[in-house]
Write a protein that binds this ligand. Structure first.
Ligand SMILES: [Zn+2]
Length: 280
């Protein structure tokens, strides 16, 4: 029973120091105040201290230099997703490199099939990054040599587990392995028609991620396709119209008219499609 007037201090939710155990060997881990990344003195595992628990900490080594990442960006811009000649019509205004933190979750089903899931461990404008396919064999123990470029995690494991349920319907109990992974990324900001966009090139695989970009317009393609369908539907109905209005003879004339006009229309429609493809 608390005496009247007793001041109840808000409790800091923090694991007592003696509760920190290495997830690999079970050895006691001692973190200095505020330290979140450390390595186990017994087995050399590197770990991250989340508010709720200790997890393994990995990173992925980059294979791309900045100019190669820039090349990957240029190819993506010249590709089929973005508007024509985006590589020439846009201007890259900034480039930065960092190791970005992701939460990594592994689940195996009853047949032993493994599934990996990723969720961002810090705020990012390109959330598509969660669709990255991690080359699992290439994960290395986190070490201090990359610390200068490592973006600190700010999303608690709890929150990421909530997203995992939301996005993939995977419950916490099904997760067999969870870890923090720092992945190397180049972030490019570019401007197109006065609007700034952000695109990420993952520096281990060269895969490009973007949430919002000047996309190729689908309207003209649909229009060209629609026009072609309409013309041929119309032509195909000629024999039927002929049959209904003038019997078998009418059907014959309709068929002739249909194939004749079809031969005329085909190259025109083809030309239209080519023109659309070149223009958009
Ligand atoms: Zn250990």
């Amino acid at each position: 029973m608390l005496a009247y007037g007793a001041i109840i201090q808000p409790m800091e939710v923090e694991l007592p120091e003696n509760m920190l155990r290495c997830p690999q060997c079970g050895g006691d881990l001692r973190a200095d105040h505020g330290q979140i990344f450390l390595s186990c003195p017994y087995c050399n595992s590197t770990v991250y201290l989340d508010k709720s628990q200790v997890v393994f900490h990995w990173y992925l080594t980059p294979t791309l230099e900045e100019n190669q990442a820039r090349g990957a960006l240029a190819r993506w811009m010249a590709g089929n997703l973005t508007i024509k000649d985006l590589d020439k019509k846009s201007q890259v205004i900034s480039t930065s490199f960092e190791y970005f933190p992701l939460w990594y979750f592994k689940k195996s089903d009853s047949k032993g099939k493994e599934s990996l899931y990723l969720e961002p461990a810090a705020a990012i404008s390109v959330s598509e990054l969660r669709n990255l396919r991690l080359p699992a064999g290439d994960l290395k123990r986190y070490d201090d040599t990359i610390a200068a470029h490592a973006h600190p995690p700010s999303v608690p494991l709890r929150t990421a587990l909530g997203w995992l349920r939301e996005h993939h319907n995977v419950g916490e109990g099904e997760v067999q392995e969870q870890a923090l992974v720092h992945i190397p990324i180049f972030t490019f900001k570019y401007v197109f028609e006065g609007i700034a966009y952000t695109t990420v090139v993952e520096a281990a695989t060269g895969i490009v991620f973007a949430n919002i970009y000047p996309a190729k317009a689908e309207g003209p393609y649909l229009l060209a396709g629609g026009a072609a369908a309409l013309v041929f539907l119309c032509l195909a109905s000629f024999p039927l119209v002929g049959l209904v209005s003038a019997g078998i003879g009418g059907a014959g004339i309709g068929l002739l008219a249909c194939s004749g006009l079809g031969i005329l229309a085909a190259p025109l429609l083809f030309a239209l499609a080519v023109w659309v493809a070149a223009k958009v």
